[in-house]
Design a protein around this ligand. Structure first.
Ligand code: 1HN
Length: 356
């Protein structure tokens, strides 16, 4: 843009007086903020951040001593983006937290218009119930709570169970479209056997005469880790490894081929031992949960780059349009989620793969 001479002091005073005169009418001059409104490229307030599980776990277990799941309703430590304090946001559009449930506890049934995903981080044997069906959690499982479905959690495990919650809370807040209700009883009646939704929709087959039970949301309740891990292992062996992503797959709604939820896309990738990935950037900032392996995520531009040395169960967030590079010491498996489906619906999503 062409440089113009700075206005004189008198002109500035005149303009300030003018701005003051129009303020009571709730008018403001666009020309003072135009450049900030349409920046040349995304400049997110969200920053890259890394939560080492080793550092977080003792505090999560302490939460288990100071409050019950019943009293807390959801006993969660929110992963608050350091650039978005107080907003319960991991990125501008999404929320993330680590939820703990202890043996014998129940997190009471409620429903809300916010969609949720659960990604199991530690422990086995807790369950979540949605729509009359329960699923028992195993580490690495990806579980869906569709918008406006009753859901409660409980645990028959013999130790703590921890999962990552991902919700579209900031998005729903942005749209002022949030509704919530508590159920009359803590636990919903179970009307279907465990594994029902997977049998019905998870075998590359679908029922003949039945509408999607959750509209645009996937009818699959739990995407078991064992299946995803097996697919990645086969592809690592049998197919070329992508220089940016390693072996990366997206989870799908089998009825549409699209993302499992209208607001959130989910992914799982395997970085083979010794993987030294090329850098990329995408407009969807993403939250990562490390399932297996040790490696390094380098986020940001050269001098300002942050180096996250990650280990299993660590969580880290990558902001929109920041450069990212992934390296693996041993075989690494990473789960991630982002708001990509909405960005794609709005024709906003972009990516750049550098060094090709
Ligand atoms: C919620 O309902 C759950 O159901 C977890 O487990 C986290 C964060 C904010 C609002 C509702 C759950 C949540 C939440």
């Amino acid at each position: 843009m062409s440089a113009r001479p700075d206005p004189s002091a008198a002109t500035c005073r005149e303009r300030q007086a003018y701005y003051a005169a129009i303020r009571p009418l709730h008018l403001s001059p666009l020309w003072e903020q135009l450049h900030a409104l349409v920046p040349p490229q995304p400049r997110s307030l969200c920053v890259a951040a890394h939560w080492r599980y080793e550092a977080v776990r003792p505090h999560l277990m302490r939460a288990g001593e100071i409050i019950s799941a019943a009293e807390a309703v959801r006993r969660v430590l929110v992963l608050e983006n350091p650039g978005l304090p107080g907003l319960a946001s991991i990125t501008q559009s999404l929320y993330a937290g680590l939820q703990l449930i202890l043996p014998g506890e129940v997190a009471p049934a409620h429903r809300h218009t916010q969609s949720a995903l659960r990604f199991v981080v530690e422990g086995s044997g807790a369950y979540t119930a949605v729509n009359g069906e329960r699923t028992t959690m195993q580490p690495g499982d990806f579980i869906i709570t569709p918008s406006w479905t009753w859901h409660d959690h409980g645990s028959d495990a013999d130790g703590p169970v921890v999962w990552l919650d991902g919700l579209d809370i900031p998005l729903v807040r942005f749209f002022d479209a949030g509704f919530a209700q508590n159920a009359a009883s803590d636990q919903q009646p179970i009307t279907r056997p465990e594994g029902h939704s997977l049998a019905r929709y998870g075998a590359n087959m679908a029922p003949l005469r039945e509408a999607s039970p959750h509209g645009a949301t996937s009818p699959i309740f739990c995407y078991p880790y064992a299946r995803s891990r097996e697919a990645l292992a086969r592809l690592q062996r049998d197919a070329a490894v992508d220089a940016w992503d390693g072996v990366k797959l997206r989870y799908v709604n089998p009825l549409t081929g699209g993302a499992p939820m209208p607001t959130m896309a989910t992914f799982m990738q395997l970085l083979p031992a010794g993987f030294d990935g090329k850098p990329w950037r995408q407009t969807d900032g993403a939250m990562y949960s490390v399932v297996e392996g040790h490696g390094v995520a380098t986020v940001g531009d050269d001098e300002a780059a942050q180096r996250f040395e990650f280990a299993p169960r660590d969580q880290f967030v990558v902001p929109s349009w920041q450069r990212v590079r992934l390296q693996a010491r041993d075989d690494c498996v990473l789960f991630s989620f982002s708001d990509r489906p909405l960005q794609q619906a709005a024709a906003l999503w972009r990516e750049e793969r550098m060094g090709s």
